[in-house]
Design a protein around this ligand. Structure first.
Ligand code: HEM
Length: 420
C-alpha cells in the first residue's frame, strides 16, 4: 500500500468532482476518447497567464500544424537513435552528481538532490551548459518560473507571478546569447548539430534547404527550450524520488534489481561506461520504474478544451467545456491491473491494454521525453544500487501534492555506502 498514499486524496477528490461537475474522463474508454480526439475536436489550451510565462510559441499552445512541425524538431534529438550518441555524457553527469552530493555523506534529503540532478542533466544535454555558477543562476530562475505557473496571476511587484515573468525575461536573454555563441560555433564547425537540443534546433533553422524546419525562429527555439526544461526535470526528479523510497521499503525488489544489474554487466570490465545494449537489457529495472509511475504518477492529470460539441458515452459535451484526464484513477483500475493496490513490477510482465497506463499520456501529445526519462532513470538506479544501501528516516512520511505528489519533508534518508 506504500505507493498509494501519494495520490489517494487526489483520487477521492477527483471522484467527487466527477459527480459534481462531470468533466473528468478516466479509464481506458475515457482516455481512448480523449487522446484519439486530441488535436482534432479537443485541444490543449493553456490559461493565458501560463502562456505568458511559457511563451506564445511553446509546443503546448501551438496550432495543430505548427505543433507537428515543432514536435518533429524536438524529437530529432529525443528519439532513441539520437540519445544513444549522448548516453555517455548523461552517465558522466549522473556519476559526477553521486561524487559531489552523495559520497562521504551519512544522510541526505532526496527531493532537492533529485531536482538538482535532473536540472544538471537537462542543462548539459539540452543547452550544452556546463558552468556550475551559470547553472545555479538558471536553476533559481526556472524555480521562479514554475512557482508563477501555479500562482494567482497577479502581476504586481512581490507576487510569484510577477517574479515568474521577470525570471522568464532573464532566461530568454541568457538563452538568446547562448544561441548566438552556438550559431557561430556551428557555422565554424566547432559544434556538432546533434550534441544537444539547442544545436539540433538551431542547425535545423540554419539549414534553409530543409523545407520542413527552416521556418524555426529564435522565438520558437527559446520558448520550446524553456518548455522542455520545465516539462522534463521536475517530473523525472519526482519519479527518482519515489524510486528511492520504494526501494528502501521493498528490500526484495532492491535485491532483484541488483541481481539484474550484476547479470547484465557480468564479464564487463569495472568502471567502463554503460553501453546502449546494457541499458536495453535492464528490463526489470524499468518495470520497477513503471510500477512506481503507476502508483505515483508525477503528472496527476491535465486539461483539454472541446472546440465543438462532442459526443461521448451517450452525452454531448458542449463546445468550450474543459475536460480533465487523470492518471491516478486509470492506474488503479482492477481490470487492467490485478491487485491494483499492490506494488508489483509483474504488472508489466505482459503487454498492457492501450490507454490503461498513461503517465506519459498517449496520442499526438504523448510526452516526447519518454526515452530521455527512461535512460536517465535506468542509469541513476544502476549507480544507486551499485554504490549504496539506504534507509528512510521517516518510513511513514506523509505525501503532499505540490503540485506533484512528493514526500512532505523531502525524503531524508540515511546512507550506507558499500565497499568497492
Ligand atoms: C518521468 C518523467 C516524465 C513524465 C511522467 C512526463 C509526463 C508528461 C505528460 C503527462 C505530458 C502531457 C501533458 C499534457 O499534454 O497536458 C508530457 C508532455 C511533455 N513532456 Fe513529459 N514527462 C516526463 C519527462 C519528460 C522529459 C525528460 C522531457 C524532456 C526532456 C519532457 C518533455 C515534455 C514536453 C515538451 C511535453 C509537451 C508535449 C506536447 O504538448 O506535445 N518530459 N509529459
Amino acid at each position: 500500500m506504500e505507493g498509494l498514499d501519494a495520490t489517494k486524496g487526489f483520487k477521492a477528490w477527483s471522484r467527487l468532482q466527477n459527480i459534481v461537475i462531470g468533466r473528468f474522463l478516466t479509464g481506458q474508454e475515457g482516455n481512448r476518447f480523449l487522446f484519439q480526439n486530441d488535436n482534432k475536436n479537443i485541444i490543449n489550451k493553456q490559461a493565458a497567464t501560463v502562456t505568458r510565462i511559457l511563451g506564445p510559441k511553446n509546443l503546448m499552445d501551438l496550432p495543430v500544424e505548427d505543433h507537428k512541425r515543432m514536435r518533429g524538431a524536438i524529437m530529432s534529438f529525443m528519439k532513441p537513435e539520437a540519445l544513444q550518441k549522448v548516453l555517455t555524457r548523461m552517465e558522466s553527469v549522473i556519476l559526477q552528481h553521486f561524487e559531489e552530493c552523495w559520497e562521504g555523506k551519512d544522510s541526505i534529503t532526496v527531493v532537492p538532490l533529485m531536482k538538482k540532478l535532473t536540472f544538471h542533466v537537462a542543462c548539459d544535454l539540452l543547452f550544452g551548459l556546463k558552468d556550475g555558477n551559470e547553472r545555479e543562476i538558471l536553476s533559481k530562475d526556472f524555480s521562479a518560473i514554475v512557482k508563477g505557473v501555479w500562482s494567482l496571476p497577479v502581476n504586481f511587484p512581490g507576487t510569484a507571478f510577477h517574479g515568474s515573468l521577470r525570471a522568464r525575461s532573464r532566461i530568454c536573454r541568457r538563452l538568446s546569447s547562448l544561441l548566438e555563441v552556438r550559431r557561430r560555433e556551428l557555422e565554424q564547425g566547432k559544434a556538432s548539430p546533434r550534441q544537444d537540443l539547442m544545436s539540433c534546433l538551431l542547425s535545423m533553422s540554419m539549414n534553409k534547404e530543409d523545407e520542413n524546419n527552416s521556418a524555426l525562429t529564435e522565438e520558437e527555439i527559446i520558448d520550446n527550450m524553456i518548455l522542455v526544461m520545465i516539462a522534463g526535470h521536475d517530473t523525472t526528479a519526482i519519479l527518482l524520488t519515489h524510486l528511492v523510497r520504494m526501494l528502501a521499503l521493498k528490500p526484495h525488489i532492491y535485491k532483484s534489481i541488483l541481481q539484474e544489474q550484476t547479470e547484465v554487466l557480468s564479464g564487463k570490465q569495472r568502471n567502463t561506461p554503460l553501453r546502449w545494449e546494457d541499458i536495453q537489457k535492464m528490463k526489470y529495472t524499468w518495470k520497477v520504474a513503471q510500477e512506481t509511475l503507476r502508483l505515483n504518477p508525477p503528472v496527476v492529470g491535465g486539461f483539454r478544451t472541446a472546440t465543438e460539441d462532442v459526443d461521448y458515452g451517450g452525452y454531448t459535451i458542449p463546445k468550450g467545456w474543459q475536460l480533465f484526464w487523470t492518471t491516478s484513477i486509470t492506474h488503479w483500475d482492477g481490470e487492467a491491473f490485478k491487485d491494483p493496490d499492490k506494488f508489483d513490477p509483474a504488472h508489466f510482465d505482459n503487454q498492457l491494454a492501450p490507454y490503461t497506463f498513461i503517465p506519459f499520456i498517449a496520442g499526438p501529445r504523448v510526452c516526447p521525453g519518454y526515452d530521455f526519462a527512461k535512460i536517465e532513470t535506468i542509469i541513476f538506479v544502476h549507480y544507486l544500487v551499485s554504490k549504496y544501501k539506504w534507509s528512510l528516516v521517516f518510513p511513514d512520511e506523509k505525501m503532499i501534492c505540490d503540485p506533484m505528489p512528493a514526500p512532505s519533508m523531502g525524503l531524508p534518508i540515511t546512507l550506507h555506502a558499500k565497499g568497492n
